[in-house]
Write a protein that binds this ligand. Structure first.
Ligand SMILES: Nc1ncnc2c1ncn2[C@@H]1O[C@H](COP(=O)(O)OP(=O)(O)OP(=O)(O)O)[C@@H](O)[C@H]1O
Ligand SMILES: O=C([O-])CC(=O)C(=O)O
Ligand SMILES: [Ca+2]
Ligand SMILES: [Mn+2]
Length: 661
């Protein structure tokens, strides 16, 4: 076929042979057609073009004078120090030479060339490599940004996808929740008298040697990889009691999760980071060795307080890192007379602070995320002499049955940067189906706290006015709200009650009572009475009021009744915050002796006394007695302990504040 010289194929009369109009192109006077007439790119080769795309991050540390330890160093020296610090973290403790570290992605040649001369800190003069691992390089991906971590996850981690709203949807593997029975704590001269051991304690002992075996296993695994992720971040918004943490992990998912959940350092803070106070080695893809003493499964989460280290083997569930660090805070903070709390926390416009205690799934995140109040944090706090501070830099919300209408702020936080764990989505449009439990019921979203529009930054506040204890009572006999005196607050705090529903699919199942001291027995390190005494002292000193809120069932147990509407629970919480509930009219319930209001604005009065909502009064009474018996049995282990110092009679009052029948 002939061409007419300007590139289009046509017959002589301006109409293409198939009858379509002739394609008009710009005709330059020399008769040559150009692809376009716009400005051209300032590159001669494709590599050059790509190099234009990214500009170097701006230098972050202004030279501020001699108070900053790194200020006199060149950027290159600073990088070298950082790498040496990381190399020290990753060093095997049994070999002469540590890993050779390189900053950057091994897939990118230009990154690799940046720093190839940094060697292990032990090695100042060249030595003969004694093992193959000493010959290879480990690439360190240090404090990557969410965008970089997305790229890593999507390129290299199966099961990573971008959801329709921009979140990173991923899978945590075989474990979709924490493994408390696989937690081990090194028992040594330091911890044997300090910590809570034995019945009811979450601290299952291991010896130092077994810890080192697991540590070496994790470090060798991590060093065998082409690359590891390193996060250097902070815990605790109270800057005087801030802890520097380093997380070494093998997955971009883990790095992004911790980026969101810990406090993110500013570039300046990062450059002056120095040596971490605590290090996590997350080798979760790799199992522990069951021939190792104290190992009872392939999963082990090991805490060594003396070494300030934690090792994770055999579970990729990211919550282990979050809650592992929380355990560390439960040890370190009380030593400084600061109370660590498994609670949410928010603040009203007038500065009134509320704490929300409760076990998993009782509503800490849901109820502390309140559009009319400032969010201080959703899960882990400290209460010290200056007030409260959040330990974390992010939130970890349950997603099952999440709806835009009921929880708009959480819904809107699920966007670019958020980690979405174990959710199910449409294969084409990536719309998440929050009702789908195919992978697990424990679907989760981890997002930075700034994603909540009314987050209080920095996340600190004054002393709490209200202390709200949340229980999801699947028996349906606890009132939706009761006002507690101090002894009752302590009784319920130490009991740490909630009821879970065993099986949600196969029809009616018996609810199961869970008692977890301080609403967080899985994370506390000292005896529960130590935390209880501190809470009592602080509540008394600052005049805080205690409340018990049942976010669980009404009008019958699970199977007959139904969960109290979130809308009603929110009204109850509103009335607590505003102070109006303090002045309501109260009556006392039988057995539990709880003070219940007769009216709450926006809540049908008949549901305030659970007895009214049960059609079968006999069944109500039986269930109430059954639950009271469970409380009594559980509390027996605490009857031999004294709460607080001196000859106060709080201990007796607390014992008397339980159910009487
Ligand atoms: N009346 C209610 N009050 C509070 N939450 C409710 C209520 N009814 C249903 N829910 C649901 O219960 C769940 C409460 O979970 P939430 O994430 O707040 O738990 P959590 O206490 O923060 O636990 P975790 O410590 O595991 O993060 C949410 O999915 C919420 O939608
Ligand atoms: O730790 C987790 O996996 C989630 C959580 O907040 C809890 O269980 O209290
Ligand atoms: Ca939560
Ligand atoms: Mn929690």
């Amino acid at each position: 076929m002939a061409s007419n010289g300007n590139g289009s194929v046509a017959n002589g009369n301006g109409t293409a042979r198939n009858g379509l109009a002739k394609i008009q192109t710009h005709k330059k006077h020399n008769g040559i057609c150009h692809d376009d007439s716009g400005p051209t790119v300032k590159a001669q080769t494709i590599d050059e073009l790509h190099s234009l795309q990214k500009k170097k991050s701006a230098p972050t540390t202004p030279v501020t004078g001699f108070q900053a330890p790194f200020a006199t160093l060149t950027e290159e020296e600073r990088h070298k120090q950082q790498l040496q610090s990381i190399s020290a973290s990753l060093a095997s403790l049994t070999r002469e030479t540590g890993p050779n570290l390189v900053k950057g992605d091994p897939a990118r040649k230009s990154d690799t060339q940046k720093v190839t001369h940094v060697h292990h800190h032990h090695v100042s003069t060249p030595t003969i490599a004694v093992s193959d691992s000493a010959l290879k390089f480990t690439h360190v991906l240090y404090n990557l940004s969410p965008a970089e971590l997305y790229e890593q996850a999507i390129k290299y981690e199966k099961g990573s996808f971008i959801s329709s709203t921009g979140a990173l949807a991923t899978l945590s593997g075989a474990k979709t929740g924490r493994s408390p029975r696989d937690k081990r704590v090194v028992k040594d001269d330091l911890t044997k008298n300090d910590l809570w051991w034995g019945k009811g304690s979450p601290n299952i002992e291991m010896d130092e040697h077994s810890f080192m075996v697991n540590r070496e296993r994790a470090v060798d695994y991590l060093n065998s990889l082409d690359k590891v992720f390193v996060n250097d971040q902070f815990l605790n918004w109270d800057t005087e009691n801030r802890i520097k943490v380093r997380i070494v992990s093998a997955r971009a998912y883990h790095s992004l999760f911790m980026h969101n959940m810990c406090i993110r350092p500013t570039p300046e803070e990062l450059e002056n980071f120095g040596t971490p106070d605590f290090t996590i080695y997350n080798a979760g893809q790799f199992p522990c060795n069951r021939y190792t003493h104290y190992m009872t499964s392939s999963t082990s989460i090991d805490l060594n307080l003396a070494r300030r280290e934690m090792v994770i083997l055999g579970t990729q569930y990211a919550g282990e890192m979050k809650k592992g660090l929380f355990s560390v805070m439960h040890y370190l903070m009380p030593k400084r007379q600061i109370l660590s709390l498994h609670s949410g926390c928010n603040m009203g416009k007038d500065g009134d602070v509320a704490l929300f205690f409760g076990l998993s799934g009782t509503g800490k995140t849901t109820l502390s995320t309140d559009h009319n109040r400032y969010l201080i944090g959703d899960d882990e706090h400290c209460w010290g002499d200056n007030g409260v501070s959040n330990i974390e830099g992010g939130c970890y919300a349950k997603c099952i049955d999440l709806s835009r209408e009921k929880e708009p702020d959480i819904w809107n936080a699920i966007r670019f940067g958020t980690v979405l764990e174990n959710v199910v989505f449409d294969e084409h449009d990536r719309e998440v189906d929050y009702s789908d439990k195919s992978v697990t019921e424990n679907t989760r979203a981890a997002y930075p706290i700034e994603y909540i529009p009314n987050a209080k930054l920095p996340c600190v506040g004054p002393h709490p006015k209200n202390v709200i204890l949340l229980a999801c009572d699947a028996f349906g006999v606890l009132p939706p709200v009761s006002k507690l005196n101090l002894a009752q607050t302590m009784y319920h705090f130490i009991s740490g009650y909630t009821a879970l529903v065993a099986g949600t699919e196969e029809g009616i199942k018996e609810p199961q009572a869970t008692f977890s001291a301080c609403f967080g027995a899985a994370f506390i390190m000292l005896h529960p009475t130590k935390y209880a005494a501190m809470l009592a002292e602080k509540m008394q000193k600052h005049g805080a009021t205690g409340w018990l809120v049942n976010t669980g069932w009404s009008a019958g147990s699970y199977g007959n009744g139904s969960r109290i509407k979130l809308q009603y629970t929110r009204k109850i919480i509103d009335a607590i915050h505003s102070g109006s509930l303090l002045n309501a009219e109260y009556k006392k319930t039988e057995i539990f002796g709880l003070e219940i209001p007769t009216e709450v604005e926006g809540v049908p009065s008949e549901i305030l006394d659970p007895m009214n909502t049960w059609s079968n009064k006999k069944a109500y009474k039986e269930t109430l007695l059954k639950l009271a018996g469970l409380f009594k049995n559980n509390f027996e282990t605490f009857t031999n302990y004294k709460i607080g110092k001196g000859n106060n009679n709080l201990t007796e009052e607390i014992l008397a504040a339980g159910p009487i029948f």
